[in-house]
Design a protein around this ligand. Structure first.
Ligand code: SF4
Length: 585
């Protein structure tokens, strides 16, 4: 943005150096781990003298076992990284950029980048006191940014919201000695000044196409053989906010803070930017970083890609209530991985979390995504307020029928996230917020910091009590599902169709492959409910049209298919679970 306004700007990707030093596989694994481990590893210079910070490894002992196993390193390795490697890296980093040549240095802090960024900022400020230090990014959103600003005096400016509207005016104010614009936190005579500007980015036309030149140049210098250089994945933002969340905020979702209103780029801009980025960085692979896909892109972007037979590939996040036709358009347009926010196969839980989808829609999405060769990334979330043993039982029984579909990556406990309805209206859901997430006090070990103000996740209790055996059964079932798909015995449930019969091949249960021939109403029902769910009245009508007058024929057919576990019924609608063998649908 600043570059496109004529300001000289350089981006530094110091994390590339650190990842290269640590080894990319270890770095990537640590990035995914819980309990702020990435933050703790960088916390030695700021908080390493303090007792809880020193006790981190002991306190999270059993989890550290898992971490060490996953990276195949002993526990001492983590201590060495924290107390030796990271301080040396930071000392290197403070010399690496010749920082004194800049007027302003901005840090964009997201996920576990916070302590690293704040510590480097401190070291830079100590060496170059005249350089202005600016922070933004999701770790500095709202109250969190204000608190970090209060406790870290070496930060000169914080933008605790969307920065597009204030960045250029802020730099102009520094040039001409004027007052920083609204929407920026700064100090004046020792006082902290902040006036919210309540402005959201609504017009993307000013947004320049992302500039990754510095990233690829630095990566090339650090590791010319890096796999990241070969057909790299280009990150691209098409939209802000969430069109579902602005009407029905999913109760657990802490994304988007105060900017939930959905705003998307015009189709022409996305097309032009993608074309430019593919050419400039010689890549066919894109990851749209949006929370949810703008529906008009299905035809406008992916339809256009398909009509032109382009070979670009896209990762996208979608809502799962897509039709078969929409999934087909996405697949033919290059969407090869989707994240549909499935979260659960419990009807009650999906309703309680205001997700706006039911298990049936989740199944339909996974079935057609699989059919069209789209990888589906999803998890099961548990630990919701109000969940019951019956919800667990129903979910376990249902997912046993879905073993032929893509398995979840994991079953994870709900995080109570800042900005979510559980956080802002806990009493409505029977939730009691107890404390900031457990790791905060072990990382940011300082009495000066109000951890409630900086935490993104929180410890909580709710009234429900789930039978531990049911919980364990759910975990085991999901694990079995995953293992089957990683084995040579990948489960399947398909049907082949002839003129007057249908054959089912069912290998969902290991060691029990079933082949079954269906004719008449049961075969017709299976075919009729294949593309989308149908009501009993629609099924009856269909069977009558095919010449069977008997009133109960449809009900019997539905019952037979349900008993076989190849038709799923929910709230009077029925969907065939089996995938068609025919490849031309
Ligand atoms: S979970 Fe997804 S669909 Fe729900 S509000 Fe958040 S971003 Fe939107």
């Amino acid at each position: 943005m600043l570059k496109s306004k004529g300001y000289p700007v350089k981006g530094y990707y110091l994390n590339l150096h650190f990842a290269h030093q640590l080894g990319m596989p270890v770095y990537n694994k640590l990035c995914e781990k819980r309990f702020l481990i990435g933050e703790w590893l960088f916390s030695h210079l700021l908080f390493g003298e303090n007792p809880k910070n020193q006790d981190y490894l002991n306190h999270f002992d059993s989890y550290m076992e898992i971490v060490c196993q996953s990276i195949d390193r002993p526990r001492e390795f983590l201590t060495d990284v924290k107390t030796k490697m990271v301080p040396e890296f930071l000392q290197w980093a403070v010399e690496a950029g010749n920082w004194g040549q800049y007027d302003v240095i901005g840090f964009s802090s997201t996920f576990n980048q916070n302590v690293a960024s704040v510590t480097l900022a401190k070291l830079i400020k100590e060496k170059h006191p005249s350089v202005k230090i600016m922070f933004g990014g999701s770790n500095f959103e709202s109250e969190m940014g204000l608190e970090y600003f209060r406790v870290f005096p070496w930060i000169d400016f914080v933008v605790p919201g969307e920065a597009e509207g204030v960045l250029v005016p802020l730099i102009e104010s520094l040039e001409n000695g004027g007052k920083p614009p609204k929407g920026v936190v700064y100090r004046k005579g020792g006082e902290i000044v902040f006036e919210d500007n309540h402005e959201m980015l609504n017009d993307f036309s000013e947004n320049a196409v992302p500039d990754y030149d510095d990233f690829f140049e630095q990566l090339q210098q650090i590791d010319p053989h890096s796999p990241l250089l070969e057909n790299p994945i280009i990150l691209y933002e098409t939209a802000r906010g969430c069109w579902w969340g602005e009407k029905h905020h999913c109760t657990f979702c802490g994304l988007n803070a105060n900017t939930m209103e959905f705003r998307s780029k015009p189709i022409e801009q996305v097309q032009a930017d993608v074309a430019y980025l593919a050419q400039r960085y010689d890549s066919f692979r894109f990851r749209f970083v949006d929370n949810i896909l703008e529906l008009k892109y299905i035809e406008g972007i992916f339809g256009e890609m398909a009509r032109n037979n382009f070979d670009l590939q896209f990762f996208i996040e979608v809502k799962s209530n897509l039709t078969k036709q929409q999934i087909k358009s996405l697949a033919h347009g290059g969407a090869n991985v989707i994240q549909p926010g499935i979260e659960s196969f419990s009807l009650n839980q999906l309703m309680a979390m205001d997700k706006g989808v039911r298990p049936l829609q989740n199944i339909l999405c996974m079935k057609w995504a699989m059919y069209y060769g789209i990888e589906v990334n999803w998890n099961i979330l548990i630990g919701f307020p109000g969940e019951t043993n019956e919800d667990y039982r129903n979910q376990i029984d249902l997912i046993r029928l879905l073993f032929h579909l893509p398995p979840p990556e994991c079953v994870g406990d709900l995080y109570l996230e800042r900005f979510s309805p559980y956080f802002s209206r806990p009493e409505e859901y029977g939730v009691t917020i107890k404390a900031p997430g457990e790791a905060y006090s072990y990382v940011y070990d300082s009495p000066d910091i109000d951890l409630f103000k900086i935490a993104y996740d929180f410890e909580f209790t709710s009234e429900n009590e789930i039978d531990p055996e049911l919980r364990s059964e759910l975990l085991h079932t999901a694990q079995e599902w995953k293992e089957r798909h990683q084995s040579d015995d990948i489960p399947y449930l398909i049907f082949t169709k002839s003129m007057n019969f249908v054959t089912i091949y069912d290998d969902r249960t290991a060691g029990n492959t079933v082949k079954k021939r269906l004719e008449g109403p049961s075969a017709w029902t299976l075919l009729f409910c294949n593309e989308s769910a149908k009501s009993m009245d629609q099924i009856k009508e269909h069977i009558r049209e095919l010449g069977v007058e008997e009133e109960s024929a449809a009900e019997k057919a539905v019952q037979q298919l349900e008993d076989m576990g190849i038709l799923y019924g929910e709230k009077g609608k029925y969907l065939t679970l089996a995938l068609p063998h025919n490849a031309n649908l």
